[in-house]
Every structure is written in C-alpha cells, then in structure tokens.
Write a protein that binds this ligand. Structure first.
Ligand code: AHG
Ligand code: MN
Ligand code: MN
Length: 335
C-alpha cells in the first residue's frame, strides 16, 4: 500500500505482527490514544473561543465548572483508557499518584501501563501556539490480575514498549514508535482520519538549531554555558540559529525534521532540571533514539536512569546525534 493514503488504523493492523506475543492489546491501546487525541484536538482548536463560549471559572451547560485545557486533556485520556478497559494502570503528570484500573479484578488481564503528560507546553494555550501530549507505555512487572504497584511505573526508559506524542500544531499529528522506527501521521480534520505522512522519521546526523530557554543562562552549569557559546561562535557551520517554542513536543518535532538539539539543563533554579523523567524525558528519549538521534542527561543515556519517584525530574539534552555528543563533551570537560 502506498504511504500517501495509508491510515493510522490500517498501519496499526498491518504492523501488529511486529510484536512478540502480540494479542492485539497494544494495538487497541494505541487506537484508544488515537481516539482521545481527536477529542482533545477538537477542544484545543476551540481554545481561542473560550471567552465567547464561556471563560474558565464559568459554569457550563451541564452545570459543571469550565475546565482548564490541561485538566480537560488529562480527564479525556484517563476516561478513554479506563472506560475501554485497555490498561491496568495510568500515571499522569497531572495526578499526584498512579491510578489502578480494576487491576485486582481477575477479569482484567491487561498487561500494559501508560504514563502521560496530557498537555505539554500549557503556557502556550492562551496565545495560540502549539501544544502537545506525550505518552509512554510499559508492560507491568507484577502479575496480571493483581493491583498495580509503584514498581510497575518506575521502570527504566529502555523497558518502554511504545512511546509517542501528539502535536496540536498548524496540523495535528501523532508521532510514535513501538521500537521499529518512528512514524508520523497527520490528521485530516475534514474527515477525522490520521494518514501516514512522515514514514520512518530520522534526525539529521547534525543540525543548526539549538533550543533552550536562554533566560536561565546565568543559572546553567559551566559546561552548558560553554556549549551555548560554541553554538554562537562564527566557525565552520556556526553560528547556529536559536529556536525555542516552550513546548517540548513542538521543539522536538521541529528539530527532528530540520536537525537540532533541545536543552533543558539543571540550574540553580531547578537543580535536577525541570522536565519529568517518566512523562517527558523517557518517551522523547525512546523516540529520539529510534529516529537515530540521542537523548542524554549530559553524562549518559536518559533511558538508563533508574527511576526513584513518579514525578522525578532530570536534565534533558536531545536531538541530532552529533550535537548531543558535542554537548556531552563540553559537560565532561567541566566536571
Ligand atoms: P508542561 O506544560 O507539561 O508543564 O511542560 C512544559 C515544559 C516543556 O514542554 C517546555 O519545553 C518547558 O516546560 C518550558 O519550560 P520553560 O518555560 O522553563 O522554558
Ligand atoms: Mn510537559
Ligand atoms: Mn503537562
């Protein structure tokens, strides 16, 4: 089948056999994410109308309080995955604790847990700039039919079965991996169908974009400061250009297509960085590596970090292979 008209639904079915012991469970899970993505997309697109349709804090027609979009996205993803009885547990950036889904029920033989950042880049909602959703999927480590426990969620990134993001941009896209490369699907809003538009996505070996919140420069470690100065030097293919949207999903997406590096370092403000290992860094690291890029905490692979807490933060440097390697070199010389 030609790539140009293959739908995400068809792609999921065709590639199901790639999974060892496939029972269709992972396919159903990705299908559910696809469904929730369409619902959230519809809501994100209306965000600019919020003052007309009723501002946050107002009471809507059902007598419910109007919600912020990140709360709404959180509920939609959780509801879709819970009601369809697809997973045994969910952890969300928006929830203090993980959610167990009938996992003590012998009928629930689901073996996957999902970790999610339902709305990434939330500071961009009010200003009509791209936001996203990030998801990460693991096989539970405890036996099916028993309640899920923290250990099922605190797994290293290299144990991920699948990961991906949805970017609600000028077009809405789902980009995901199941460990066999990265593929991107664009929503045709007229008919509500995602089509395979970006097969086998790859970071260029190197690039000319660096993405960092430079307002925090004075708080960065010396290695990062030196690397930023290197990016700005007039030599070889430099100076690089600076692009920072403030939505990890969108910054990553652009850099994967054009070539670049994304940096969220540790700083005196955020001693462990700001981004969450389980909801943001691991899924993006899996995607980066599957797209021939790299993801590092400055010293080693993100996906080898042993998680110790659900909402743990780590520094993140990810993108084109050669750029991340150069950053690591700068970090190493400053220790
Ligand atoms: P979230 O909206 O889920 O809290 O994530 C925001 C993250 C990330 O998407 C973005 O790149 C980064 O925070 C921006 O942080 P700064 O505003 O500190 O640059
Ligand atoms: Mn986020
Ligand atoms: Mn978020």
């Amino acid at each position: 089948m030609s790539h140009t008209n293959q739908t995400l639904g068809e792609f999921i079915i065709e590639n199901q056999s790639e999974f060892k012991y496939s029972s269709g469970e992972l396919s159903r899970l990705i299908n559910s994410i696809r469904l929730a993505a369409k619902v959230v997309n519809h809501e994100v697109n209306k965000a600019g109308l919020v003052d007309i349709l009723g501002a946050a804090g107002d009471i809507n027609a059902q007598g419910e309080d109007q919600q912020k979009l990140d709360v709404y996205a959180n509920q939609k993803f959780i509801q879709t995955l819970t009601k369809r009885n697809i997973v045994c547990g969910i952890a969300s950036e928006e929830e203090d604790d993980f959610i167990s889904i009938n996992s003590q029920d012998e009928q629930n033989q689901n073996k996957y847990v999902v970790l999610i950042d339902p709305l990434d880049g939330s500071s961009n909602i009010d200003v009509n700039v791209s936001v996203g959703t990030i998801f990460s999927i693991y096989r539970r480590v405890t036996p099916v039919g028993t309640p899920v426990v923290l250990e099922d969620f605190l797994q290293k990134g290299n144990k991920q079965v699948a990961a991906g993001y949805i970017v609600y941009g000028t077009s809405t896209m789902i980009v995901y991996t199941t460990g066999h490369g990265v593929n991107g699907f664009t929503l045709n809003p007229a008919i509500g169908t995602f089509y395979l538009s970006h097969p086998n996505m790859r970071f260029p070996e190197t690039g000319q974009i660096y993405s960092v919140n430079e307002g925090n420069y004075v708080h960065f470690p010396q290695g990062v400061k030196n690397y930023i100065k290197y990016c700005q030097e007039e030599e070889d293919d430099r100076p690089y250009t600076s692009r920072y949207i403030g939505s990890l999903v969108s910054d990553f997406h652009r850099n994967m297509i054009k070539g670049g590096i994304y940096l969220y370092p540790q700083s005196s403000k955020y001693p462990d960085g700001k981004l969450r290992l389980l909801y943001e860094c691991n899924p993006m690291a899996f995607l980066a590596e599957q797209a021939h890029g790299l993801a590092s905490d400055g010293y080693g692979r993100i996906m080898e970090i042993e998680p110790t807490a659900l909402h743990q933060r780590v520094p993140l440097f990810c993108g084109s292979r050669k750029m991340v390697q150069m950053l690591e070199k700068f970090m190493a010389t400053e220790v």
